[in-house]
Design a binder for this molecule. Structure first.
Ligand SMILES: Nc1ncnc2c1ncn2[C@@H]1O[C@H](COP(=O)(O)OP(=O)(O)O)[C@@H](O)[C@H]1O
Ligand SMILES: [Mg+2]
Length: 349
């Protein structure tokens, strides 16, 4: 049996006309032609009414739903245009609901797929990064065991190298832990009014020896500011400064200069870490905040870099609703800066 609107309308209209005709014929004083005319009128109006209702309000919408389902199965959702809203027809509303629900789910699925790909890549990266120092340390230790241990000079040299690899491993695991703690929200940002000048002085103190060894001048430029107050997490911003200053020193050759300065405006403070180092090629700039992305892999490792420093910086600054800006010229130097708000009111906007 074919459930088309036309067949159903014909059947219904036929029965309505039949019933109308039979009732009319029961009345007295009515002749056959009147009964026929009345039946014909009721047949055609019933046919029209039923056909329109079925075809345009029900079948058309149901067909649309079927089509939508078919496309969903074939994942062609993007090709469908969004239905108009505000429909009175309940079926059309259902159709719209299904469409909205399906696009939401499709978006979620796409997002999950992206995350899954990201996770796989991250695990591959981490394994690779872990492998490098472990292999190196393993090699040194085995060479020592194989006899090199008897040569005093070689012994010290190899032990030092093994220790350096293990230090690198330690730094990597520390950075990974920090990153994952920030991501899972295990470390809550602890916002308060902090003095950035004091914080910068503390961080600079820690790097004084390293800078001296590398013959890089490290200085704080905060003339005219006894205190530079910002509303931020002391420890986390300390970590940001540590990473930025450590990079600046690492990637600046002998005789260069690294400076930390502040630009205070009415609502914000801009913290600027500037170096006269090797600089970053424009093509690499958009990627340096990615995990494990390095412009020069061997140079970074040799300096004890984990490739995670700037990823941590990015995460912490995101927690402060801000981001780092970089300006760099190869061979001339780099400037990393980020804005912090001065008061809580700003922060909560
Ligand atoms: N001040 C800088 N000057 C030049 N290159 C930099 C500087 N800061 C970061 N970079 C580049 O960005 C990369 C990523 O930095 P980071 O995430 O801290 O990792 P790394 O452990 O390698 O230092 C570095 O490997 C380096 O190539
Ligand atoms: Mg670094």
């Amino acid at each position: 049996m074919v459930y088309s609107a036309r067949v159903l309308a014909l059947l219904l209209a036929g029965s309505i006309a039949l019933v109308t005709g039979s009732f009319l014929s029961l009345l007295e004083g009515i002749d056959l032609s009147e009964v026929l005319v009345a039946s014909a009128i009721s047949f055609s109006s019933a046919y029209l009414l039923v056909f329109v209702v079925l075809e345009f309000l029900i079948f058309k919408e149901i067909n649309k739903i079927y089509k939508l389902m078919g496309k969903l199965r074939k994942r062609e959702l993007s090709g469908l245009s969004k239905a108009k809203s505000g429909a009175l027809n309940p079926l059309q509303k259902i159709n719209e609901e299904i469409f909205a629900f399906a696009s939401l789910k499709q978006k979620e699925i796409d997002e999950l797929k992206k995350l899954e790909a990201f996770r796989k890549e991250f695990i591959a990266d981490v394994s690779h990064e872990l492998k490098t120092p472990i292999f190196a340390a393993q090699g040194f230790v085995h060479t020592l065991l194989d006899g090199a241990v008897n040569d005093k000079q070689v012994r010290t040299k190899f032990l030092k190298k093994a220790a350096k690899s293990l230090d690198g491993l330690d730094a990597l695991v520390q950075d990974l832990l920090t990153l994952s703690q920030i991501e899972t929200g295990d470390i809550k940002m602890h916002f308060e009014q902090i003095d950035l000048r004091k914080l910068a002085e503390e961080v600079i103190d820690q790097f004084e020896e390293k800078a001296e060894k590398k013959k890089v001048r490290l200085k704080l430029q905060a003339d005219g500011h006894d205190r530079v107050v910002a509303y931020a997490d002391w420890q986390r911003i300390g970590q940001v400064l540590t990473n930025l200053i450590s990079n600046a020193i690492n990637y600046t050759p002998e005789g260069g200069e690294v400076s930390v300065s502040f630009e205070v405006s009415k609502k914000n403070v801009l913290v600027v870490v500037r170096d006269t180092g090797v600089g970053i090629p424009a093509a690499d700039l958009p990627r340096i905040f990615e995990r494990f992305y390095r412009v020069d892999k061997s140079r970074s490792r040799e300096k004890g870099g984990t490739g995670l420093g700037l990823a941590i910086v990015k995460h912490i600054l995101e927690g402060h609703s801000t981001r780092a800006e970089v300006d760099s010229t190869v061979g001339k130097g780099s400037t990393f800066s980020f804005k912090l708000t001065r008061t809580k009111a700003n922060e909560e906007q």
